[in-house]
Design a protein around this ligand. Structure first.
Ligand code: ADP
Length: 674
């Protein structure tokens, strides 16, 4: 687990923030440069597309011109077909000139280059000086010389032909050598106007943004056609027209308008994608920031949870649905003495199960995994430490539900209750000691009663013995009968004294702790002799009423007898007042208060005594509270403890017209339907 943020030094925090942000900055720079490169490449691609289209157009235009020139050569040759008369030739030549605007003049010359006939274009009248044209150094003459040498049509270089109106245009001559029956029979000289060539042969394919021109090698324009617009994005393509005798350069220029943000679909697409990419990046940064915050919160929560777990004294253990231990907290490890590594992953037999209980625990685990819910208040069990010592634990189990609401296992909390058990044992022992003390106090009290009670039989025995001795001394004949009777009385009185002593002995000696099923009548019978002792002394009449067919109660016989005895003694003492007469102690036993089914037997001890004053009532059950000089104040507090240990309750209420009723209940041994 990472350290929680608050434990980091500022330097560490700065370093981790720098590492994170430097990565993001690097990513942003990379993405930006990639996008710029993409846009630039898209622009370049677009430019190259325009350039190649222009070059294709230039090549098309070049081949158009070449085709037109060779077509013209054929048409010119056709003029000589059938050896025409001069006049007819001129008519045909004029017709040809009308059809072909790029041709401005056709001449028929003889072998010496002298003019025999000629025709001129009807579209543009121009002054032609025949004398100049017939010279041996004219362009036409040079072309014819070339043609003669090649034995095929030849072209001259371009030259400027003034129009006479101060203007002029570039021309080019074509010379066709004529043959008749294998002999040279003159020449046909056709004059091309370069400007018209562009207009007629290239113009129809030219777009508005293109410009076509014939140039010289140094770039001088001879003829131009098309838009003369200039912009920053100019494209240019050249095509060489290699004609026999001369070479023309056809150049095409194209401008591509003002540079725009989205020159074409590709660039627009790339730009849109770039914007999308940047947006995604921004969203990612935001998301990342949110994640970081969540991570920090999670680390805080984890640190908090860990601190909580470490400070817990309750052992925690989680198991999956197969029973494998998936988690233990430090308190659990400390409790059983095993390390987490020794515990995690264990399933069928955990190392802290005492071998003698392992089978029982395995069955308990099987029940749990079969869907048996554990008791909510938990259950007790015994675990074994690593050193083999056993200790009691309280286990509280609950199903483990994950974030999706699925049941993934069981979480158990363990409390080591050995200390609690020890305290309980201590308190039980001290309780017993207290009871023994109270019993001894009762015994002490009874000793004085005993001496009083034994006085009577002993005095009777003594007087019978004296009488018998006298009778034996007088040795009269009827005396033997009297002596026998006296002896019988002595025996009866001695038996009575023995019974008194035995009842006390039984009471003091009996220390049977176990609970047993006892009839209520038996409980009463056990204490009645002792009660009678005190009743006789105080002049109290004892009434008992036991409902017939009462079930047996499950109780610690000795303790319950002690309770009854305490209550009866308190009742008699409450009536030890000269003003109170008659003194009646009423002990009743009946079924518990419910009519439908009663699992309880109710004992009540009623007296007609002084009653309980409010200030006494407040402390009635407080140990060592007493209003009597010789009292110890333990009686009622013990009574309540004993009754509550049996699951019953002890209560009291005033009795009309005078006195108090103490009531307590005891559980019935076998529940019997009423
Ligand atoms: P002790 O009998 O040693 O005084 P108890 O705990 O039995 O101790 O009784 C505490 C006090 O409660 C008595 O001192 C007495 O004042 C009062 N008390 C108990 N039972 C009765 C009763 N039936 N009527 C009036 N007072 C009673």
């Amino acid at each position: 687990m990472t350290l929680p943020p608050r434990t980091r030094t500022p330097w560490q925090r700065w370093r981790s923030a720098w590492r994170r942000w430097s990565l993001w900055t690097l990513l942003a720079v990379l993405v930006a440069s990639m996008l710029i490169t993409l846009v630039w490449l898209a622009g370049r691609y677009e430019a190259s597309q325009v350039q190649s289209r222009l070059e294709r157009d230039a090549a098309d235009a070049g081949s158009d011109i070449r085709a037109a020139l060779s077509r013209n050569v054929q048409s010119l040759q056709a003029l000589q077909a059938g050896d025409p008369a001069l006049l007819a030739w001129e008519v045909n030549a004029t017709e040809l000139l009308r059809q072909r605007r790029e041709l401005v003049r056709i001449e028929w010359r003889d072998n010496n280059l002298r003019l025999r006939a000629h025709a001129q274009t009807p579209y543009r009248p121009m002054p032609w000086e025949t004398a100049n044209r017939e010279g041996s150094h004219t362009d036409a003459a040079l072309a014819c010389t070339n043609a003669l040498r090649l034995g095929a049509p030849a072209y001259s270089g371009s030259y400027f032909q003034p129009h006479g109106d101060g203007m002029g245009s570039e021309m080019m001559e074509l010379c066709l050598p004529l043959n008749r029956a294998g002999h040279a029979s003159g020449f046909l000289v056709a004059t091309y106007a370069l400007q018209e060539m562009l207009v007629d042969l290239v113009g129809h394919n030219l777009t508005r943004r293109q410009e076509a021109s014939f140039t010289e090698a140094d770039g001088t324009r001879l003829a131009v056609l098309g838009a003369a617009r200039r912009g920053t994005r100019m494209f240019s393509a050249q095509q060489l027209l290699d004609l026999p005798g001369t070479t023309l350069v056809l150049r095409m220029d194209s401008w591509h308008g003002e540079p725009s943000v989205f020159p074409n679909v590709l660039t627009a697409l790339v730009t849109a994608m770039s914007i999308a990419l940047v947006t995604v990046m921004v969203v990612l940064v935001r998301d990342n920031r949110r994640r970081l915050r969540a991570e920090r919160d999670l680390a805080d929560a984890l640190a908090f949870r860990k601190a909580m777990e470490d400070s817990l004294v309750t052992g925690l253990r989680a198991r999956d649905l197969e029973g494998h231990i998936t988690y233990v907290n430090p308190a659990f490890c400390a409790m059983v003495g095993f390390s987490p590594q020794e515990l995690l992953g264990q399933s069928t037999s955990a190392p802290y199960w005492p071998p003698e209980f392992a089978e029982e625990y395995r069955q308990r685990q099987a029940t749990r995994f079969a869907g048996g819910m554990p008791p909510r208040e938990g259950f007790e069990s015994v675990f074994m430490r690593k050193d083999g010592t056993r200790f009691p634990v309280l286990i509280i189990e609950a199903p483990l539900i994950n974030a999706q609401g699925l049941h993934t296992g069981w979480m158990s909390a363990f409390l080591d209750i050995s200390e609690q058990r020890r305290v309980e044992e201590l308190s039980r022992a001290s309780q017993e000691r207290l009871q023994a003390t109270a019993r001894l106090a009762t015994v002490g009290e009874m000793a004085s009663l005993l001496s009083h009670e034994l006085n009577q039989p002993l005095a009777a025995i003594s007087s019978y013995a004296t009488g018998s001795l006298n009778l034996l001394d007088s040795s009269a004949p009827g005396n033997l009968q009297d002596v026998r009777m006296a002896m019988q009385h002595i025996a009866r009185q001695a038996e009575r004294a023995g019974r008194v002593i035995k009842s006390v002995h039984d009471f003091v000696r009996r220390r049977d702790q176990t609970r047993e099923a006892v009839l209520p009548q038996e409980l009463l019978d056990a204490i009645l002799p002792i009660i009678s002792l005190q009743a006789r002394k105080l002049g109290v009449r004892v009434h008992t009423a036991v409902e017939p067919h009462l079930p047996r109660t499950l109780c610690d016989r000795t303790m319950v007898e002690q309770v009854l005895l305490n209550l009866a003694r308190n009742a008699m003492q409450a009536m030890d007042d000269p003003a109170i007469h008659p003194r009646i102690l009423d002990i009743r036993v009946r079924r518990g208060p419910s009519n439908a089914y009663s699992g309880w037997v109710e004992f009540s001890v009623t007296d007609g005594g002084v009653g309980i004053a409010p200030e006494v009532a407040q402390q009635l059950f407080t140990p060592f509270f007493t209003t009597r000089a010789e009292g110890m104040g333990l009686g009622l507090s013990l009574c309540r403890t004993v009754v509550e240990q049996h699951g019953g309750f002890l209560a009291y209420e005033p009795h009309a017209p005078r006195g108090t009723v103490f009531t307590f209940t005891l559980p019935v041994c076998q529940p019997t339907p009423t």
